[in-house]
Design a protein around this ligand. Structure first.
Ligand code: AMP
Length: 371
């Protein structure tokens, strides 16, 4: 069957269906509302902060065919805020309504081996990796890739969960047990100078727009801070955006994508390696909400709804800081800070490691050095 596409802009009043009910869905719904579009969030039972700001909400499992059929009948296009939506769910919905990005994108990005093989197959560099199906695969893989190395579950990892670092004298079998003994990928440890990401959009006609490249700092596998401009030269930024464009073209991608990169200094040159593709809006793009005319959330809605892409131009320098767990208890103080834009996600329960909100701190454009 030919893919269903959005051939003309969905007029205001149309309904964008979003699979997943977390903070990304919430910010997508807010962006859709600004354009006069409605959002319908579909998510399994749980704390779904997107429900509070959406036009309609369905709380149902991803394999509830009857609920999916009602959802498909109620929306004009379907997208995701969560990459682990079952591919079957997306395929089922696509029989009735356009789905963007396509289910194939989910299939590629849900498995770290498929993802890295796909990216490498396009000639885009990735860290050395090996598939680990059983503990017996560890020794030869470590022999080839060296130590330290990073062991990650192939599927369902996020925010550093399902990951273990294997240091020079560490017990690799214990690391495999620690991630649950599930099918895994072993990656060469990348001695990066910095982490970068590309937040880019592609529309149904293949037009492409990318934001300035942020520089990202993680702690405990969780993004803490993103800063624009990154301390990189223009050629590196162009190379990063070109990698995203190459991948999005190959996937026939529609929507916003986040591409996580490692920048490594090798013999005086900066080289980029792809860490991960996020087939959705990305945490390292949250600064666009206040530092750009069109945020990544609005850009994603524009792309999937067949609207013209907005300008990704940035009018301020910015640092986005995630408010993780009890960081968000400082909301009063942050709300009173000049130059700070506070975003809280309305989650019911504060837990350690949980993303509760973020704050964008702006500075005049060009006041922060790059390069
Ligand atoms: P991931 O869940 O794959 O995005 O990994 C979370 C974080 O762990 C990354 O943003 C890096 O800070 C670190 N990390 C992951 N893979 C590697 C690697 N191969 N080499 C060095 N650091 C890594």
């Amino acid at each position: 069957m030919a893919d269903r596409t959005v051939d003309a802009p969905l007029p205001p009043g149309s309904v964008v269906g979003v699979l997943g009910g977390g903070q990304l869905g919430r910010m997508l719904a807010l962006a859709a509302a600004r354009l006069g579009l409605k959002s319908h969030i579909y998510a399994p039972a749980g704390d779904n902060p997107a429900f509070a700001v959406a036009h309609a909400a369905t709380e149902a499992a991803y394999d509830d065919r009857a609920a999916l059929d009602r959802f498909a009948a109620a929306v004009d296009v379907v997208t995701y805020e969560f990459e682990n939506v079952p591919v079957e769910t997306a395929l089922h919905l696509r029989r009735a309504v356009p789905v963007a990005p396509s289910p194939q994108v989910l299939a590629v990005t849900q498995d770290r081996i498929h993802e890295k093989s796909y990216v490498a197959g396009l000639g885009v560099p990735v860290p050395g990796f090996a598939a680990i199906d059983t503990a017996a695969d560890l020794a030869p893989a470590l022999e080839r890739l060296g130590r330290p190395a990073i062991l990650k579950t192939r599927r369902f990892g996020y925010d550093g969960k399902g990951q273990a670092r294997i240091d020079p004298h560490a017990d690799s079998h214990a690391a495999f047990r620690a991630i649950g003994g599930k099918p895994a990928i072993l990656e060469a440890f990348v001695p990066f100078e910095r982490e970068l990401s590309v937040i880019a959009a592609r529309d149904w006609r293949g037009r492409f727009a990318a934001y300035d490249v942020p520089e990202n700092e993680h702690a405990g596998g969780i993004l803490r801070r993103s800063t624009v401009p990154a301390r990189i030269d223009g050629a590196t930024a162009d190379a990063a955006r070109a990698m995203a464009q190459r991948i999005m073209e190959a996937l026939g991608y529609v929507g916003v994508m986040g591409l996580e990169l490692f920048a490594v200094r090798e013999g005086g040159e900066v080289r980029l390696y792809v860490n991960e593709i996020a087939p959705r809006v990305h945490n390292s793009g949250h600064w666009t909400m206040d530092a750009c005319l069109v945020s990544q959330f609005e850009q994603h809605i524009r792309a999937v709804a067949g609207w013209p892409l907005g300008s990704p131009a940035r009018h301020a320098d910015a640092t986005m800081e995630n408010l993780i767990g009890h960081d968000a208890d400082r909301w009063r103080e942050i709300a009173a800070e000049p130059g700070a834009a506070l975003h809280l996600y309305g989650k019911r329960e504060t837990r350690d490691g949980r993303k509760m909100g973020h704050v964008n701190r702006l500075a005049p454009f060009g006041s922060r050095d790059s390069g």
